[in-house]
Design a protein. Structure first.
Length: 277
């Protein structure tokens, strides 16, 4: 079997002889869920999904990352759902890391293979099936859409990362690039999911400290990542969850490029009420 371009080796169970020391971290500012934590025993199931299990790697938490949830979905051949999303206000992004899935909406069917991306606006009626003879794995990022009067809701998007030219960061000679699935200036969108790639030796050369929350799933490579005041080693299969204003920076290792799937919330006023009554 050919090697996947993106890490997707979840599940299984460690031996009784394994040491318990691992790299899992949970702080007030960030969390790291290493790939070794994503085992069979911590999977969940969803209503109206057949032959499917998932790892919930983030959810809204008061005082932490509050805007989104992220799942790693594993769908067996023939599995899927005719009612995948039960929240009419939830928008979603799907990103395929292994196998293929078929999604249907508005009378059309689309096949997403490895690297496939779909943006599914809130209120869209869609279905998903694994019509292949192999397991399919994909990330599903969900957010409650923040409607703004006078701005239309986004349209669905189906594309693939390989069909998008990465955008280089200024003055980096192409060593730090971002694959953008949505035009950053399109204010219909209130979240972005991108792929960030740093070549070996490339750096994020300052401590980014900003209001945007982040979910970062490492697709490839390894790095030393600055999270708040800590330097943390991460590798393919690890997940980082950052609350707003958590400082972050990065040194990319090698020999392969360091690459991660990134969520951030964008393009909306800050809510001035801490809770809604």
């Amino acid at each position: 079997m050919a090697k996947n371009n993106y890490f997707s080796e979840m599940g299984g169970h460690p031996d009784q002889t394994n040491l318990l020391t691992d790299r899992a971290i949970f702080t007030d500012a960030y969390a790291v869920i290493p790939k070794g934590s994503m085992r069979d025993i911590v999977t969940s199931f969803l209503p109206f999904w057949d032959e499917t299990r998932l790892w919930v790697i983030s959810r809204p938490m008061s005082g932490f990352a509050e805007t989104f949830s992220q799942y790693i979905m594993e769908v067996q051949p023939g599995g899927g759902s005719d009612q995948p999303e039960t929240d009419k206000d939830a928008e979603g992004v799907l990103f395929v890391v292994e196998g293929s899935i078929a999604i249907s909406f508005n009378g059309e069917k689309y096949e997403l293979v490895e690297g496939g991306y779909a943006y599914l606006p809130a209120g869209l009626i869609w279905k998903l099936r694994n019509e292949s003879d192999a397991i399919a794995k994909f990330h599903w990022i969900r957010k409650s859409y923040q409607h703004v009067d006078g701005i239309d809701k986004p349209e669905p998007i189906v594309t693939n990362a390989k069909d998008i030219e990465p955008t280089p960061m200024p003055d980096t000679d192409g060593n730090w690039t971002t694959t953008r699935f949505v035009d950053p200036s399109d204010l219909r969108h209130d979240m972005h999911v991108t792929i960030v790639t740093l070549q070996p030796g490339a750096v994020i050369p300052f401590c980014e400290t900003h209001v945007m929350e982040h979910g970062l799933y490492v697709l490839n490579g390894k790095a030393v990542y600055r999270l708040n005041q800590d330097w943390v080693e991460v590798e393919a299969g690890d997940y980082m969850l950052l609350r707003a204003f958590c400082p972050q920076a990065c040194y990319a290792g090698g020999p392969d490029a360091f690459q991660y799937l990134l969520y951030k919330d964008v393009n909306r006023h800050m809510n001035l009420k801490l809770s809604k009554n």
